[in-house]
Design a protein around this ligand. Sequence first.
Ligand code: AMP
Length: 415
Amino acid sequence: MPFAALGLIEPIVQTLASLDYTTPTPVQQQAIPAVLSGKDVMAAAQTGTGKTAGFALPILQRLFKRDKPVGSNAVRALVLVPTRELAEQVHESFRSYGAGLNLRTMVAYGGVSINPQMMNLRKGADVLVATPGRLLDLYRQNAVKFNEVITLVLDEADRMLDLGFSKELDQVFAALPKKRQTLLVSATFSDQIRAMANRLLREPVRIEASPRNTTATKVTQWLVPVDKKRKSELFLHLLKKHGWTQVLAFAKTRKGVDELVGLLDAKRIPADAIHGDKPQPARLRALERFKAGDVKVLVATDVAARGLDIDDLPVVVNVDLPIVAEDYVHRTGRTGRAGASGEAVSLVAADEVEYLAAIEALTRQTIRREEESGFEPDHRVPETTAGGQIVKKPKKPKKPKGEVKVVQEDVRFRR
Ligand code: AMP
């Protein structure tokens, strides 16, 4: 099916052709006509499904078709995202898909000076991509007005709630015009997300899209049990042993990320880090260098890597398992795309067994274990089942010390 068949206008279809987008993805096939018709949409879709174009293309078309220019400080389409990186990335998508449409797009997030954002907003924006906290700051300072908003997008809504933006979101919702189109995109649907959807969406079109290729079939997943203190050493060992050329590695904390990068640097293996302490330009630079192949190992935390457009990776290594099981799916989804095969390897220490069990329950599988010779752990990682149960070894009965007194309990049932 060509893009034009979904009702997209010629200039957009041409831009897509220049980007080598020939066929709409399943989420795009469902979302584009629904959004064009002005309906609310609730989409279960994660990075890699083509979700961004799924909402950005029809939004751009609807904005293009309205003849009145946007008022000063006003915004017509508001796209809320959880992180700065995703904000940059989604904004970049709007810019490239909207080339030639003569619409004003803007991005605003915290951690950088607010003044240029305030200046930019004076002329108004057809599309504003923003993180919730900074958006509220701008609103409170009267730098942005919501009276012209026709479409609200909540992208990666689950992540926004995970990151604690629920209060900010409620404040934004309260300030928006009641009559508007709302699109909610989320990889997972917890009770909290469903409640939010029920409050915000009117008779939404429901869309469910699996990633362009599902992780389960194309990605080989395995884990290596290892003692916590030997994880970095094991990582280096596996890197060398398998001859991996491009690896995205995840660590739990910023400190963990920096330590691993330090170790790789010491071994002269080109590596870089992406985490919340790094200024935005440094993060984007790290990503560019990784994509260009100048950096062999990119080490990231979940929050910082969320939404980053890192496609077609051969290998993802979970140096630490994620605390939130869904993040395992997001991480794994970065490899094995577009029909390529991929590997997702987890280095698991005994104290992570509960995270492992939750991941296995969510993904309905038992991840294959492969002990690495020389790295067998002193602290055994308990067995797990695909149902997410931790198999507890029956405790050996303690040998009685000396004389054992058996107390006969008097058990009576009350009527
Ligand atoms: P997303 O799921 O929105 O993060 O998109 C994932 C990647 O797929 C991005 O690199 C997009 O540029 C790319 N993409 C989205 N739609 C298409 C399409 N129809 N054909 C080819 N690539 C696409």
